[in-house]
Design a protein around this ligand. Structure first.
Ligand SMILES: Cc1cc2nc3c(=O)[nH]c(=O)nc-3n(C[C@H](O)[C@H](O)[C@H](O)COP(=O)(O)OP(=O)(O)OC[C@H]3O[C@@H](n4cnc5c(N)ncnc54)[C@H](O)[C@@H]3O)c2cc1C
Length: 276
């Protein structure tokens, strides 16, 4: 960190973005600092600290749940609103991040700014059809979370743009969901597999199903073939078996390997069978 020459604490997102876009020095945003401090490029001379931005909230807006980018894992874990949303899956996922020390510092914005295999929130936000509000030099853009890591999104959050907040759509409020992190120990960051599963049923029929898989690659993916098999179907042994088969194929396509495939399939079966 010896090459850091400038350090600022802007109080508005606009001022923070201006600090990042300042052409005189190479700048980078820092929120909790838990990842930035470990992965700081040597060319960066200017830290733009986000801690004074008014983005630490978890609140409802319209029918949606909105989480500010600087909300910490601890704040999300303990938010009453998050605990009541989608069966508490967002809080439960936050609680699975490493140790209390890290949860006190690490923010959701820092967790999703760049793709990383072991980050918890990308799989959860992909599964919940979340949107992300990003401040860029051309204004505020609201994009689906799934677009954040696509090449078409030409910005580099933390370098030339800022994540402001994450919007979890109201339709997911009553979904039954589960987040599973399969790792050597509770506190281990390097999970073998993370899995988000969410389902919404009406009159015994599956209306929405999400299976989002993390930790196999920097970007999480949805097991869309498995989702398709059960969408619009009743949960019966035949349809469940067909979905399990498709999940296996989705995982093979992602080169999960036998062990992780077996783990994912049994976690999925357990989740689905609890709904029958
Ligand atoms: C010991 C240890 C254990 C860990 N365990 C886990 C774990 O179990 N699960 C897990 O998911 N992660 C884990 N992490 C990784 C890290 O703590 C998380 O990814 C955390 O959420 C990063 O957030 P931060 O606020 O500390 O980000 P920072 O380190 O401050 O920043 C990380 C990156 O995000 C960018 N950034 C930050 N905020 C914004 C924003 N609002 N807009 C745009 N860009 C932004 C920064 O420029 C930087 O590139 C662990 C880290 C350590 C050191």
């Amino acid at each position: 960190m010896n090459h850091i020459k400038y350090y600022s604490f802007p109080e508005t997102p606009g001022a923070a973005l201006a600090g990042l876009l300042n052409r005189k020095t190479e700048a980078m945003a820092v929120a909790g600092g838990t990842l930035a401090a470990k992965t700081l490029p040597e060319t960066v001379e200017n830290f733009v600290d986000l801690k004074n931005l008014p983005l630490g909230y978890v609140k409802k807006r319209g029918g949606d749940l909105v989480i500010g980018a600087t909300a910490t894992f601890d704040a999300i874990d303990n938010s009453k609103l998050a605990k009541r949303w989608a069966g508490g899956v967002i809080s439960a996922a936050a609680a699975r991040c490493s140790s209390q020390l890290i949860r006190n510092m690490a923010t959701i914005g820092g967790n999703i700014a760049r793709p990383h295999s072991f980050n918890i929130f990308p799989a959860v936000l992909l599964g919940l059809d979340a949107k992300v509000r990003v401040l860029t030099k051309t204004g505020v853009k609201t994009i689906p979370f799934s677009a954040l890591y696509q090449p078409e999104f030409r910005f580099r959050p933390g370098r030339d743009s800022l994540i402001l907040e994450i919007i979890i759509p109201g339709k997911t409020r009553n979904w039954a969901c589960r987040f599973e992190k399969f790792a050597k120990t509770e506190a281990s960051w390097e999970a073998y597999l993370t899995l988000f599963m969410g389902i919404w049923m009406k009159a015994g029929v599956v209306k929405e199903l999400r299976v989002a898989v993390g930790a196999l690659s920097p970007r999480p993916f949805r097991a869309e073939s498995a989702e398709r098999v059960l969408s619009g179907a009743k949960l019966a042994p035949v349809s469940i078996d067909a979905a399990v088969l498709e999940l296996g194929r989705d995982l093979d396509a992602a080169r999960a390997g036998e062990f992780k495939k077996e783990v994912a399939v049994s976690l999925f079966k357990r989740f689905i069978k609890e709904r029958v």
